[in-house]
Design a protein around this ligand. Sequence first.
Ligand code: ARG
Length: 464
Amino acid sequence: MSEKLWGGRFEKSTDEMINEFQASIGFDKRMYREDIQGSIAHAKMLAAQGIISADDAEKICAGLEKILGQIDAGEFEFDVALEDIHMNVEAALTALIGAAGGRLHTARSRNDQVALDTHLYMRRQVREVQRLILELQTELIKAAEKNREVIMPGYTHLQRAQPILFAHHLLAYFCMLQRDYARFEGVHARADIMPLGAGALAGTTFPIDREFVAKELDFGAIYSNSLDAVSDRDYLLEFLSAASILMVHLSRLSEEIILWCSREFGFVELDDAHCTGSSMMPQKKNPDVPELVRGKTGRVIGHLMALLTTVKALPLAYNKDLQEDKEGIFDALDTVKFSLAVSAQIIAGMKVRAADMRRAVEEDFSNATDLADYLVKKGLPFRQAHEVSGKLVHYSIGRGVYLKDLTLDEFQKFSPLFDADIHDAIKPETCVAARNSQGGTSYKQVDAQICAAYDWIKHYGNNN
Ligand code: ARG
């Protein structure tokens, strides 16, 4: 069994089960790159400040690079008894370079070290999430552009409401993802604050240079209070909350896709490569992928609740409870990234059944508002126009027809304001084209949305 790096004041070695219970190496080994990167910056600073010798710093850095190569190559053996990534790397370093390895932890604690690693890790991962958001957004715009003419019923209360462009519907998701992107930008800003130099909680007696380390690691800011630096998990809570909202958006999109590819809707068909069959029912083609995205939303929200609960009553400064942050954020990261990537594929491979959407518009009354608006434009107050249109809907339902099937005579029985242009006024194309208010569903507005969306992608794609 390995000697503990903190074993000095102990008489007994740690119980096997306790070792296993408190070890985080099983999951925090993910941050090995950040841990080594942070240690190299720390060692350079210690040497620059004359706290350790340049020779020791060189040995430390070379040793750490070697360990990095070993872990990259899968040739490193992690030891549970060494608890976490920090002590695994430090123990390996000392085994490799001898006494100089023991100087690396000068003016540092695992409390500020783990905070540093997690900041670095989150800062890098957030960019990856943002890149995947842009990818899904790109697929949404491409699908909107490809189906630019396709008209579908827009819904409220899941009842057909008014004709809209399918492209308009897809672009609503683009807009949600725009806000998600901005939220992750906020997460990035809060992850971009450097905690190292806080020591265990109170700072250090050594003449360290925090600016030096921040510059080495390209941090935008430095924590100004050492207690806050080791206790803060806000940036992780912000990540989990941004991730939860993003997953809710993906879940809503998935839910619609699931509905749309049901026989009842029949609006889209998913690519065979993105669906699964049934072991029993030979006819089935199931939308498992969007169902899973919808299902996985719960666990990301769960991780947010878990971390909020963990942090809620913690006294300052570091408490081991904080180790519980990692599994949740790692799983949320994996889940969010995977869900974004598969959602982009689903959209890219989705076949749109324009004729079926059209039928759903034609065989219904989603043009009834346009009928009322027609009368308003002829001078009738909207409330009265609403009443006349309602009666015409009622009349049509009674005869088993739709508004478009009524003759001019029939229209005029309900109001003398109806003219020969009424049939044209309630065509789906007319209804759509007429909703030309800013942000509306008209062809013109949707074209403008598509252009603006491409510009946005171009701008942020270059930034990322
Ligand atoms: N593995 C620990 C964590 O993830 C590192 C910090 C441990 N610090 C301590 N004093 N036990 O939080």
